[in-house]
Ligand binder design. Structure first.
Ligand code: ATP
Ligand code: MG
Length: 326
């Protein structure tokens, strides 16, 4: 069975972008692949985090995964920082990665502008991500468009290591959802919706209550044309709402345009809110049942033990190849 692996950062409460781009995909893949799923907490600290918030987000994230339909029997679920091999392998790979290659990563360019005195970890983050992937010989990495470049980097690193030291790593491939939806910020639809975004008005969190969701969608930026038509360049706001509607219903963009061709933005927005609310309310109910249960700790303990065994073998192999042994 082919293996998939994906991680989410506990850098804030999860958004519908994470739901569409990552969690929903994993729910589908868990029946087709051997699935590994982890909380990328070491990635989160590449930018400043409040320790209390961070630790709260770690557990929340697992509860949300489960509430969204991730089945702990079909997935190995673990916390990145509890598996000591990720950082060790990352160090070796950092030393095999040219500095210039990392400076060219789009996400680094974006985030380094947002944070004054950004950390060195922000630059080397994609190498840690490469380790996350390569440690488990993942065939596929389900990811949104925004992370595609990082998976390609992981592949390049793997290729380089294999060429230099003989076969060590499997070459991973990104698995981009077919609908390809990248959910954008509701206020500034030219920006990706992100859980760490400063303007929470533009972000719908999976745990937002109904009133908040409806208010955020009702105030989403649109245009003055009043036609529900997909046009990313000229109508990024409406196109984003169409994408959200499509992602939450499975309807095609064409069908949505047809359905709403004689209505106005007000009606369309209300119905976008309806489909989002109808999906999120049952998830929130399950989340509330799970968040204080023992189940989460049991799942994480088991995930840590399983992945430590797998990762250890890969670490020892790499270490020896590089010459780090007696
Ligand atoms: P941060 O702002 O901290 O980077 P994020 O919301 O971008 O948070 P990540 O933890 O970086 O989330 O990414 C988790 C997963 O969610 C990745 O697979 C990513 O591709 C996907 N994802 C994140 N944002 C979106 C989005 N707006 N649309 C589609 N997929 C997304
Ligand atoms: Mg991100």
């Amino acid at each position: 069975m082919k293996r998939v692996l994906t991680g989410l950062q506990p850098s804030g409460s999860l958004t519908i972008g994470n739901y569409v781009g990552a969690i929903k995909q994993m729910v589908k893949y868990q029946d087709e692949y051997e699935s590994f799923l982890f909380v990328a907490d070491m990635h989160a600290i590449t930018v400043p985090q409040d320790p209390k918030e961070l630790s709260k987000n770690i557990k929340n994230l697992i509860a949300i995964y489960l509430a969204c339909g991730i089945d702990p029997k079909k997935n190995t679920i673990f916390i990145q920082s509890e598996n000591l091999y990720h950082a060790n392998v990352s160090w070796i790979l950092e030393c095999l990665t040219p500095y210039g290659e990392l400076g060219r990563m789009t996400q680094f360019k974006d985030k380094s502008q947002k944070h004054q005195n950004f950390s060195a970890g922000l630059l080397t983050y994609p190498v840690l991500m490469a380790s996350d992937i390569l440690l488990y010989d993942a065939d596929f990495v389900p990811t949104g468009q925004d992370q595609k470049q990082h998976v390609e980097l992981a592949r390049n690193i793997a290729e380089r290591v294999n060429k230099k030291y003989g076969s060590v790593f499997k070459l991973p491939e990104p698995l981009i959802p077919e609908d390809g939806a990248k959910i954008m910020d509701l206020v500034d639809p030219t920006k990706k919706m992100s859980k760490s975004s400063e303007n929470i008005k533009g972000t719908i969190f999976i745990l937002d209550d109904e009133k908040t969701i409806r208010k955020k969608i009702a105030s989403a930026t649109t245009d003055s044309q009043m036609i529900v038509k997909f046009d990313l360049e000229n109508k990024p706001g409406i196109s984003n709402l169409i994408n959200i509607y499509a992602s939450f219903t499975g309807m095609s963009i064409k069908d949505i345009e047809n359905k709403y061709k004689d209505t106005n933005y007000g009606i369309f927005k209300t119905e976008v809110a309806d489909v989002v609310v109808n999906t999120l309310i049952p998830i929130q109910k399950r989340y509330n049942e799970l968040i204080n249960s023992k189940e989460i700790d049991e799942i994480l303990d088991s995930g840590r033990d399983i992945t430590m065994k797998i990762a250890k073998e890969k670490y020892i192999l790499l270490k020896e190849k590089v010459g780090l042994h007696r």
